[in-house]
Design a protein around this ligand. Structure first.
Ligand code: GDP
Ligand code: MN
Length: 385
């Protein structure tokens, strides 16, 4: 689960990481008011979307008066911001953070993520902050320091000091250690998948603080952190994915034209691969699960068809826990209920497959059946072409 910058800063502050004072607002008038309340000569108005790269895209503006804050907020709110991380469609800005301006002496990079190769969380630091870490990794990999953390004990004091010195923060050892330890404690305590501060700044007065923050939580661990659910912003999520989650369907929207309804994640992956192999593009990943019933099949159909890019549907279901005739009944009922208007190819295999196929053929619904995954993929690709 992703959260906004202002929320990530709230989280980090709870773990002792200094952040600039800021007020999230949803209107231009409130932005002007926030500027006055901050009572600082300079403030920053920052678009709150679940993506970075806002600075270069006009989503971060320095302002010197309430009027300027209002104008900057008006220029962002309700507009679509396109950054290198949002993709060409961009994201609508519904909220801005008005923050006390900081006088920056240095911009650094500090993040924690799980290193799958090592099998442990790793702290990543660089003196080249404020820019994409991927870019630094390409251009100047020597500028990136890594500290592998003990998976239970977390980062150890000598590693904290070594990182602080690597970052050139020897003169600010105490505040630097507070930030590094705070980031690490937050990461472990809240089951983050990534926690990133970019830039971590040193101010002209010598303070060390998080000027920007990004945190993703491991969704599989959210049951342990019910309070974090308050941070969820449904505006930032695909409505089809939200609807699918309501029905216990594992659905991920993609950008192709063939809607897929499959049971089992492995079969779903194989189906997507085979579609690609035959020259088509899947519109989604959808695993209806081993025990999919008629309601779930119907809901899955509705979600698939609410995607305007879907020009055809491929159903590939293996009757194991559920029998093929039951699945066929579900498909038929769903196709009738949603008035299916795009080509449909169904491949069933497993228990009671003959009964299932017969039901489909006798249903009067316009569909093609296929005996193998290859054949099914070929047929649907030919139909949408
Ligand atoms: P991102 O582009 O989405 O990662 O947004 P950031 O929050 O990282 O801001 C981008 C850049 O704006 C930073 O790297 C800073 O250079 C600049 N910036 C942000 N806040 C301030 C501030 O308070 N004072 C100054 N001088 N620059 C800022
Ligand atoms: Mn940033």
């Amino acid at each position: 689960m992703k959260i906004h910058e202002f929320q990530a800063k709230e989280v980090l502050a709870r773990f002792g990481v200094p952040v600039p004072q800021g007020i999230p607002v949803e209107s231009a008038e409130a932005a002007a008011d926030a500027f006055r309340r901050l009572a600082a000569p300079v403030a920053v108005v920052k678009a709150q979307i679940h993506a970075g790269g806002r600075g270069k895209a006009g989503g971060v503006k320095l302002v010197r008066s309430a009027q300027e804050a209002e104008a900057a907020a008006r220029g962002m709110l309700g507009k679509v911001l396109v950054t290198y991380q949002t993709g060409p469609a961009g994201r609508e800005v519904k909220r801005v953070l008005v923050e006390k301006g900081s006088e920056i002496a240095r911009e650094l990079y500090l993040a924690m993520a799980v290193d799958r190769a090592v099998g442990a969380p790793v702290l990543i630091a660089s003196t080249e902050g404020g820019m994409e870490i991927e870019e630094v990794a390409r251009r100047n990999p020597a500028a990136i320091q890594r500290e592998i953390c003990h998976p239970v004990k977390g980062i150890l004091p000598f590693q904290v000091r070594r990182l602080a010195f690597d970052l050139g923060l020897g003169a600010q050892l105490k505040p630097a250690a507070a930030v590094i330890e705070g980031l690490s404690r937050a990461f472990f305590a809240l089951d983050c998948s990534i926690a990133e501060i970019n830039p971590l700044i040193v101010t002209k007065a010598g303070e060390v603080m998080a000027l920007d923050a990004k945190i993703n939580f491991d969704s599989n661990a959210l049951f342990r952190h019910k309070d974090l659910m308050a941070y969820r912003d449904l505006n930032e999520e695909d409505p089809k994915e939200i609807e699918a989650a309501h029905h216990n369907l594992n659905y991920i929207a993609l950008d192709g034209s063939i809607g897929c309804m499959v049971n089992g994640a492995g079969l779903a992956m194989a189906t997507m691969d085979t579609i690609q192999l035959k020259g088509g593009k899947p519109a989604n990943f959808l695993d209806v699960g081993g025990g999919a019933n008629k309601e779930q099949v119907t809901n899955a159909f509705k979600i698939l068809l609410s995607d305007r890019n879907v020009k055809g549907v491929l159903v590939n279901i293996f009757g194991g826990i559920m029998k093929c005739d039951t699945i066929a009944e579900g498909v038929i009922a769903a196709a009738r209920e949603v008035h299916l208007a795009v080509p449909l190819v169904v491949r069933l295999e497993g228990t009671n497959v003959e009964q299932g196929r017969r039901l489909l053929q006798e249903s009067g619904i316009r569909l093609q059946t296929a005996a193998s995954l290859d054949e099914a993929a070929e047929k649907i690709v030919a139909q949408v072409r």
